[in-house]
Design a protein around this ligand. Structure first.
Ligand code: ZN
Length: 385
């Protein structure tokens, strides 16, 4: 039996008064998800917690059966792998925001007016040399980039310099990195692109805010661990990066953006097609999480309905275990990830009394409540009929 794992990021939520005390998933019209839930088995998953709140990268590792306490690398390496950087053992990778600071290094905008065109800035910064490390800065989407420090004995314990708040001064990081960030600041301040931005009334991208430092080391391959061939279909860089580091193949889908405008139809058809070649397909759909983080619970409901509308090609699959769940819940009213248990449906082997796919309905499912780290072993049991 093959496996199609569909992760709808941040799918579950708390009841919302404006939706009649229901969650976006409960109010969304989802006949196809209900079809799968009704003919499958359901339950709830407890998200893996390393800190107070669940995080996407950590929860993904857990749901692939990798204990984050052993295997978690930090956010930086996954982001780096997601934009195609080939990391080497010992590299330290960080997420970067092009940001705007004032003359006292107080943050004015953490995203430099959401600047898009950062290539000329990155090119200028690539000439900076620092003793003790080679630096690689690569553009991600929008105002984002990834920085890799490569050298002997680079410590991964680099605190974030991003104060996360406007009006606060940027923080110190580590010696090598501070030296680079100072030089980068000087170059960015004097860069013609920034002078032009100021002239046009735009915020200059004159500082690099860094966070999420992590050191790369090999992670045991997913395929070897489970004896699968596997692939990932995702729009968001982080998810591609996690899959890449676990050794999954990446399948590119035109128009898969990781945003609400993503090409859902294309992603789902590609997943169906990939089943011909692979044993395990990881299909990631991002925007339910981002919409909830913006507090847009109606948008989240609509997006869930849009996903449902596109599921038709999957309903006729044979000999495939289809799993639909999330990495964690995202509470629209809190605008952040939250610890609420996550509904799950598994279609293709067995049935219980659950009639629809929702947080409340799945509570009564036969799977009961399982820990995220126990999900993959559970799935494997279901595939060996
Ligand atoms: Zn997530």
């Amino acid at each position: 039996m093959k496996i199609l794992l569909i992760i709808i990021d941040g799918l579950s939520d708390r009841p919302i008064p404006q939706l009649g005390n229901k969650t976006p998933l409960e109010v969304a019209k989802t006949p196809k998800l209900d079809f799968l839930a009704k003919r499958g088995i359901c339950g709830l998953i407890e998200p893996y917690l390393m800190n107070e709140r669940p995080k996407s990268d950590i929860c993904h590792l857990a749901l692939f059966g990798y204990d984050p306490k052993i295997y978690y690398l930090g956010r930086g390496p996954y982001e780096a792998a997601g934009i195609g950087i080939k990391l080497r053992e010992g590299d330290v990778a960080l997420r970067v925001n092009f940001a705007t600071v004032d003359e006292n290094l107080k943050v004015i905008d953490r995203r430099a007016g959401r600047i898009e065109k950062t290539q000329p800035l990155i090119k200028a910064l690539s000439r900076v040399k620092i003793k003790g490390a080679n630096l690689l800065l690569k553009k991600s989407y929008g105002h984002r980039a990834v920085l890799v420090l490569r050298g002997k004995n680079i410590s991964p314990t680099i605190p974030d310099n991003d104060p996360q708040k406007v009006g606060e001064r940027v923080r110190k990081t580590a010696k090598i990195l501070d030296e680079f960030l100072d030089k980068a600041h000087q170059i960015l301040e004097n860069h013609p692109l920034n002078k032009k931005r100021i002239k046009n009334g735009l915020l200059p991208a004159n500082y690099l805010l860094v966070r999420g430092a992590g050191q790369f080391r090999e992670t045991p391959s997913f395929n070897k661990r489970y004896g699968f061939s596997s692939c990932c279909i995702a729009g968001g860089g982080l998810y591609k990066g996690i899959a890449k580091i676990l050794g999954m193949d990446l399948i590119k889908v035109e128009g898969a953006t990781g945003f609400a405008n993503t090409n859902l139809k294309g992603k789902i058809l590609s997943a169906k097609d990939a089943l011909k070649k692979y044993d395990f397909i990881f299909l990631h759909i991002k925007a339910a999480d981002s919409l909830a983080e913006d507090g847009n619970f109606r948008g989240k409901r609509d997006f869930i309905e849009k996903i449902d509308k596109n599921l038709k090609p999957l309903l006729s699959l044979k000999n495939v275990l289809i799993i639909v769940t999330a990495d964690h819940s995202t509470c629209s009213l809190l605008k952040r990830h939250c610890r609420e248990p996550i509904p799950i449906l598994i279609y293709g082997n067995g049935q219980d009394l659950v009639k629809e796919f929702s947080e409340k309905a799945c509570k009564k499912g036969r799977l009961g409540k399982i820990k995220q780290l126990d999900l993959t072993p559970r799935i494997l049991k279901l595939t060996s009929l």
